[in-house]
Write a protein that binds this ligand. Structure first.
Ligand code: SF4
Length: 271
């Protein structure tokens, strides 16, 4: 939307800094285990992707950094400093998710602390066999920045995960609209997926397009596509805001309060 003060405004962007991960979760919400070569931008590409999304958006309400596992990036602290110096005044809030396998080093803690009260870090705890350093990671951050240790073993956050791995068609336009209206990802249009220059409605929509499940060119915005001006791309996005559902929702189970829940972070075991 256009905001009088903020300009072209996106409520929430989920920015993939890498799709490399050190866990192999069957129901990964970013589908990282489905890639033979997960997306892992070079430092230069990462900086450039950051510039590109902030050329598209004048202001982002919540900028979420996710992976994969973001702490696998050896340049993470440098990138955070770049993000802070150039764009922290163009976001309301920064969120970072990490899977509790790696303790952030001092440079990272110092870099995130520069965002002051804008930053919140979520350390997911999938139990001592997987999130082997969850408590240490939390302790390294706690006090320097706002952070939480999110329990996925004893008192399951959101009662567990949902399964969005089935890409068969399930809905007509009407029931897709009903699903979209109650999907937590879509509510208030908050959760755009940004991977390698492409803005998708959500990770499910991104993966469905990659798998060739449907063809809906106006439901993904490619910021690398130079044949379209930034204004034209913004116009496509403004049309999204009026949609009652997307093609992707016809193939999806949604992420709803009443969705069936599954054990979090169940690992793929190669047999
Ligand atoms: S495709 Fe699925 S997850 Fe994405 S907004 Fe539609 S119902 Fe929600």
């Amino acid at each position: 939307m256009y905001d009088k003060e903020k300009g072209f405004y996106l409520k929430h962007v989920v920015f993939a800094a890498t799709l490399l991960c050190n866990l192999k979760c069957k129901l990964c919400s970013m589908y990282v285990t489905q890639y033979e070569k997960p997306y892992h931008p070079t430092t230069e590409q990462l900086f450039s992707e950051t510039d590109i999304i902030f050329r598209f958006a004048d202001y982002i309400g919540r900028f979420t950094i996710t992976g994969g596992e973001v702490l696998l990036r050896t340049d993470f602290a440098d990138w955070l400093l770049y993000l802070c110096d150039n764009y922290s005044n163009r976001m309301n809030e920064l969120r970072i998710f990490t899977n509790g396998t790696i303790v952030p080093n001092e440079q990272i803690v110092t870099a995130v602390a520069k965002f002051g009260n804008k930053v919140h870090i979520v350390v997911d705890d999938y139990g001592p066999k997987l999130s082997v350093h969850a408590k240490e990671a939390f302790d390294a951050l706690n006090g320097a920045v706002s952070c939480e240790l999110r329990d996925y073993c004893d008192n399951l956050h959101c009662d567990g995960w949902v399964n969005l791995n089935n890409f068969s068609k399930k809905h007509d336009k009407i029931t897709a609209g009903e699903l979209y209206a109650k999907c937590s990802i879509a509510k208030d249009f908050i959760c755009l997926d940004y991977v390698n220059g492409k803005i998708s409605l959500c990770a499910f929509a991104r993966r469905a397009v990659e798998l060739g499940v449907f063809d809906a060119p106006k439901e993904q915005i490619d910021l690398h596509n130079e044949s379209k001006s930034m204004e034209e791309k913004r116009e496509v996005f403004l049309e999204w805001e009026h949609k009652k559902s997307f093609t992707a929702c016809m193939y999806c189970n949604g992420r709803c309060n009443d969705s069936e829940r599954f054990a979090p972070a169940e690992q793929i075991v190669k047999g």
